[in-house]
Write a protein of this length. Structure first.
Ligand code: C5P
Length: 411
């Protein structure tokens, strides 16, 4: 269970006796590979020191507006999060969130974020049972807020009943499960990612700026969605995502071989690699010596991996990317038809988006439809893309294309 790796968790801590458990929760989240940023209310600081949570999260702890402004603005922090978890969430916190208040940093963040919001209530049993709290919980639930707990049992005040905060291990498990959609359960997904390197001579190559981040995020999201994932990766410095089987390659030819070896056993193929379009016709056997003369390299087209796969008689569901600097929609639609793709994910490159960037935005096109995925960190965007892929894949199974309309197009 490590679907929390590289996930961004915004942990809100409010003023209840269970706040001491937030320290353990922070530690567990970090150990599971999550990035954690803690926001405390003023009352929380009466129960646990910001220094403790700062040390455990490895990040500054936010509690006042000015602090959020100094390190990361409150809207930026709200956007940063993949999940917001308020633990403990006091009766007062539930009331404030139900009202949509924004007069302290944590409630403003909860209002500003589009990430799923989880609350772990912790309060005296009579407060939990009170009609006012019942109403607030109902209101929050109706807006899609998820409540984790409370548990029943002995309370700090001596009462027994519902109102204990769930244990940190249970909160960790719930957050982890929230990233596991199961949308691709039982399916086999093959992903290409990163650049390729085309040898010029034994020490030099032609390459490109692809970081592999988007492809790796797609592989990670597919694994979270329950797929068995194989990743064929060009040279990048990224760690292999959890539960993904990776093979590293260098050139377009090696990538093609690695893909063809695996594709027969694949339900969905996602080509996110920035494969070289051209490669030197022949790599020099020895290092090319420097002279004062101009040097001409003769290039030939490199194999188009995606087009090759999409032309196979028993092809998987094929997804391609289209990185464009202009006229995105027209080029993407053309590419979808030219390469016979089931789905194309188009993105603009340049202006801080695309290669090497942490954020991206995508416009998806498929037969008879399209969808825009707004600018977001690549891991979040990849999860949305996987949801669309799963939906299109299942729709295709329900209504397979008539005739052989995939084979008519050539790249
Ligand atoms: O480079 P191009 O815009 O044609 O890339 C579109 C899609 O085709 C991408 O998904 C890319 O991974 C794939 N591609 C490939 N092999 C190539 C070139 C591109 O698989 N040689």
């Amino acid at each position: 269970m490590n679907s929390l790796a590289n996930k961004r968790i915004l942990l809100g801590v409010t003023g209840g006796i269970a706040a001491y458990k937030s320290a353990e929760l922070t530690r567990l989240l970090r150990r599971a590979g999550a990035e954690v940023r803690v926001v405390m209310t003023a009352a929380a600081a009466d129960f646990i020191t910001p220094l403790t949570l700062q040390a455990l999260s490895g990040q500054p702890v936010y509690s006042r507006w000015d602090e959020a402004g100094a390190a990361m603005g409150h809207i930026e922090l709200a956007r940063w999060a993949d999940r917001v978890l308020v633990a403990p969430a006091t009766a007062d916190t539930l009331a404030r969130l139900a009202q949509g208040r924004a007069d302290d940093l944590l409630s403003a963040l909860c209002l500003a974020t589009t990430a799923p919001l989880y609350l772990a209530p912790a309060m005296n049993q009579a407060m939990w049972r009170h009609a006012a709290t019942r109403d607030n919980v109902e209101t929050l639930r109706s807006r899609g807020v998820r409540l984790l707990g409370p548990a029943e049992g002995e309370q700090a005040c001596g009462d027994t009943g519902p109102g204990r905060m769930l244990e940190p291990e249970a909160l960790l498990a719930a957050l982890s499960a929230s990233f596991e959609s199961g949308a691709l359960a039982g399916l086999k997904v093959l992903v290409t990612a990163g650049p390729t390197r085309e040898a010029i001579d034994p020490v030099r190559f032609m390459g490109n700026r692809s970081s592999g981040k988007m492809g790796y995020a797609v592989a990670a999201a597919a694994a979270e969605a329950g797929a068995r994932v194989q990743l064929v990766s060009g040279p990048v410095a990224l760690p292999c995502p959890p539960r993904v089987e990776r093979v590293m390659v260098e050139s377009a030819a090696e990538m093609l071989d690695a893909v063809l070896e695996r594709v027969a056993d694949t339900d969905i193929f996602v080509a996110a690699a920035a494969v070289a379009d051209y490669r030197p016709q022949a790599a020099a056997a020895d290092k090319i010596k420097k002279t004062v003369q101009p040097l001409t390299l003769r290039l030939e087209p490199a194999p188009d991996i995606l087009a090759t796969v999409s032309r196979l008689p028993q092809r998987p569901f094929c997804v391609g990317f289209a990185a464009e600097t202009a006229d995105l929609e027209r080029h993407a639609r053309k590419k979808r038809l030219a390469k016979s793709l089931d789905l194309v994910a188009a993105n603009r490159v340049g202006r801080g988006l695309g290669f090497e960037a942490d954020d991206n935005e995508l416009h998806l096109f498929w037969e008879g439809g399209d969808a825009r995925l707004a600018r977001a960190p690549k891991p979040r965007l990849a999860r949305l893309l996987i949801e669309h892929i799963a939906a299109r894949y299942r729709a295709g199974l329900a209504h397979p294309p008539q005739g052989d309309d995939h084979a008519d197009h050539t790249a």
